[in-house]
Design a protein around this ligand. Sequence first.
Ligand SMILES: *Cc1c(COP(=O)(O)O)cnc(C)c1O
Length: 387
Amino acid sequence: MISSKYSDLTLGQNEQAEKMKKLWKEHLEAVRPYVPGKPIEEVKRELELDNVIKLASNENPLGPPPGVVRAITEAAGEVNRYPDGGCFYLRQALCEKLSISGDNVIFGNGSDEVIVLALRAMLRHDEEVIIAHPTFLIYNIASLVEEANVRTVPMKDFRYDLKAMAGAITDRTKIVFISNPDNPTGSYVTKDEMDDFMQRVPEGVVVFLDEAYGEFAKGDDYPETLELINREDKNVIITRTFSKAYSLAGLRVGYGLARKDIIEVLNKVREPFNVNSLAQAAALAALKEEGHLNRSLALVREEKKKFYSQFDGMDLTYIPSRTNFVLVNAGRDSREVFSYLLKRGVIVREMTSWGIDGFIRVNIGLREENEVFFRALKDAVRDIPRL
Ligand SMILES: *Cc1c(COP(=O)(O)O)cnc(C)c1O
């Protein structure tokens, strides 16, 4: 209080702003922080609602299975100790499951952290990254924080245009980010498209393959990418997460897979205890819960069909999705649709921060939750005029 009063007296507001500017790195002016989906508790408080359904952050509506909760409870008694910085048991279990070597894995505080580590370790002054539009916002934010020049390649019909992305590569390009499947469109890159892109990408470029929704997308022509990590002539980092199909978003644990020499460099910029002990215990237990994983995938598969038929019935177009969410064109002011649904206790994501006005992204919830969403959306579509 005293200091702000003092500065008001001595400096004008602009002068104060100028003075503060010297404190931080100039390039951060261009960074707009990520705005997460509203938490359930906050919406309950603000709107005085008893029941709130969150379909905004692509979380798994099924809570963690009992075996995982037990593992967390058991680990809770040991939180006076620092976690195992090497994630020994989790690494062992994951490597066994994937038939890879421990040297090929880095764990992160969410797979988001691996994005940051890759940029921090690899990006040099004046180098650029290539991202699609629209895609996961963190690629852009984290790249700007690391002072990268970000080049954006528009999608074609809401699908990655990998030929155009390969064509955008210059001798300054360091990393190309590919979200497969993509968030927020839900579309995916096929095996043929991926093969073709890998042939075009030059040796000095890092291909960052974000497979946060890979479990939902498996099958037919979705590419199996694991073998790419050991190629000497290409540089591939694959990330996956326990946040979505494995129901552990609140604990923050994900991982990156890459050639040993790449993992070594990422480890240099990683904080020593980046994955907490409860997250390690939970992820280890989650790997054994095949039943939970299959139930999660089955729920999404079955309920997604209803989303499509409901949208068809409301005359709304949507992007076919290989994930646990759907991007739908509400054809109306999406902020209005968002607020309308919020008042009915349903949180969705509206897409203006992605620059796709009129769209909302909604993830698949429990069957009863989805029914509430369908009813509320039907009313919104009736009450809000078309654009
Ligand atoms: C949710 C999501 C992630 C996962 O982030 P975590 O940090 O592992 O929770 C990564 N990439 C995309 C595209 C996502 O949507």
